[in-house]
Design a protein around this ligand. Structure first.
Ligand code: PLP
Length: 419
């Protein structure tokens, strides 16, 4: 089931007052649900020494949320200077930050190595000589190519721009050793919204086999393997929940085998985004119009500038209407925003109870890659973000964008060069 009933039960009775206070549209995140997921994840992998989740900042780059995650021992996975800066603003340093960029600029490397550094995850062998200094600890992102089939969102590894190819990976570590790197990790990221936990176990097995080979050839004892993110969440009511316990049990067995063979083991790192915060966010928007032409349309006061996934990936996000749940007659509608773009729809041909102007629509599972993917096309502003605390206080943790923000980068007096 999408959005947990606990979150729904917390939100439903206070929602009209929250809307009176802050106005729609907004994304609202559930502190209790997020903390609970952190605990479950840490608990599931507690048998592995040094397990650590590096939250993928791009999924929900808000310091209030990041502070919650940090309080549970999470690090952060970043791929840009603003994401690095955010991670440092919430107090993370050094090995608590993983910088997984690709097509990286020298400026990004300099920022990554600045201020007590971070773990640099190099995307290619050609980037080694471009590092402004030799880090003590280095990781490469591995792309297994034809050895693995990717999943449907992230694509086939052979066609993916990421990572070091199989035939270059040995040379990459050898070259790093020659440069003076002392500590090593390895990373891969092959899945997105994957609901089959065996796929993640296979990824861990693949990396364990590879570091064993690298150890045999080069003598490196890897400090960690990072199996990436991509754990799925059930967006549709009939989708299964990801079996985190099954994944953990499988990987623990693999680690036990590895330890028995080698008398050492790496730490296990992960970098999920969606799994951690996705189900614990919702976009709340007010019905402002109804239109009946060839189809029935419900017009709301948010648009795809607040949530790209339905328009971009045809993604399903479950919707309920606050206070109109059970037993009401259903109507088939498209739920639309106001962009001049026909895929500005939150739902297509969806059965929903009959709506009236002023009804509050709650769009589920927007806690990851929701607000963060927002944009300003067609002059639409990104909405505010609220945090529902465990004690039911609600905090605004990001205001809505304004026209001033939208105009802030325009040069009404152009900056000029005359050739
Ligand atoms: C996007 C991304 C993630 C997080 O993906 P989820 O599907 O949100 O778990 C993790 N690592 C890297 C390198 C990414 O690009």
């Amino acid at each position: 089931m999408p959005m947990s009933s606990a979150f729904k039960n917390r939100l439903t009775p206070i929602l009209p007052d929250v809307v009176d206070t802050f106005g729609t549209p907004f994304h609202i995140y559930d502190e209790a649900g997020i903390l609970d997921t952190c605990d479950r994840l840490n608990q599931a992998f507690s048998a592995i020494d040094g397990f650590k989740e590096f939250f993928a900042v791009k999924a929900l780059p808000n310091p209030a949320i990041m502070s919650l995650l940090k309080s549970k021992g999470f690090g952060f996975d970043c791929s840009s200077i603003p994401e690095l800066t955010l991670s440092r603003r919430v107090g993370s340093r050094g090995d608590d930050i993983m910088f997984t960029s690709n097509n990286t600029s020298i400026a990004q490397f300099s920022a990554a190595l600045d201020q007590e550094g971070c773990i640099i995850n190099l995307d290619d062998i050609s980037l080694l000589p471009k590092l402004p200094e030799v880090p003590e600890l280095l990781c490469f992102r591995y792309n297994p190519g034809a050895k693995r089939s990717g999943n449907s969102i992230i694509g086939n590894p052979v066609e993916a721009k990421y990572g070091v190819s199989h035939d270059q990976i040995f040379r990459a570590y050898e070259a790093a050793m020659k440069m003076g790197v002392k500590r090593f990790g390895i990373h891969t990221m092959l899945a997105s919204n994957e609901l089959n936990h065996q796929y993640m176990i296979d990824t861990a097995d693949m990396l364990l086999a590879l570091i064993q080979e690298l150890h045999d050839h080069l003598g490196i004892r890897f400090e960690f393997i990072n199996i990436g993110g991509g754990l799925g969440i059930p967006y549709t009511p009939d989708a299964p929940r990801f079996n985190i316990q099954g994944m953990a049990e499988g990987i623990v067995r693999s680690f036990e085998r590895f330890t028995a063979q080698n008398q050492w083991a790496p730490k296990l790192y992960m970098e999920s985004g969606r799994y951690i915060t996705g189900p614990h966010g919702a976009l709340v928007t007010t019905v402002i119009n109804h239109k009946e032409i060839y189809r029935n349309y419900v017009g709301v006061d948010a648009s795809m500038s607040s949530l790209m996934r339905p328009g971009m990936y045809d993604a399903y996000h479950h919707i309920h209407i606050n206070g109109k749940d059970d037993g009401l007659p259903l109507r088939t509608v498209d739920v639309v925003g106001a962009l001049c773009e026909n895929n500005d729809k939150f739902a297509v041909q969806r059965e929903l109870p009959k709506t009236e102007e002023g009804d509050l629509l709650v769009i589920h599972d927007t806690g990851a890659h929701g607000h963060a993917m927002g944009f300003n096309y067609n002059g639409h502003m990104r909405p505010k973000e609220l945090l529902l605390r465990s004690d039911l206080t609600v905090e605004m943790i990001r205001r809505a964008e304004t026209m001033d923000d939208y105009f802030a980068t325009l040069n009404f007096e152009p900056k000029t060069f005359r050739g």
